[in-house]
Design a protein around this ligand. Sequence first.
Ligand SMILES: [Cu+2]
Length: 131
Amino acid sequence: MNKIYLLSCIFISLFFLTGCTEQHPNQTSSYVIFKASDPNVKIIQLTAKNFQFEPSIIEVKKGDKVRIIAKSIEGNHGLHLDSNDLAVELPLNEERIIDFVAEKPGVYEFHCSTPCGSGHRGMKGKLIVNE
Ligand SMILES: [Cu+2]
């Protein structure tokens, strides 16, 4: 009886330990806050590859509800939006969604958040939020 108890304790701890180390804390799979049917959401398809984003410049208006649907078509990457400090992993061929409201006008960077090789540090783009 005691042995079973001890074993389940070990399994439960292992479960939580791996759960914690699997992902970077602010890098989750998707941030979905808008309804798919919301006609006011501005949808942007973003493609990642070695070592660039397409498009590399995204322009929106202040107050816009923005949904970035991102996908890597070459290599494993990530996407970090400086404007809202949001990040998602972009494993090859998997779609990820980042919803956010463009609250403040300005020019912000977005960049790859997963070390992906020689061009990683230059893998970035601009998010322009117009007044
Ligand atoms: Cu990278």
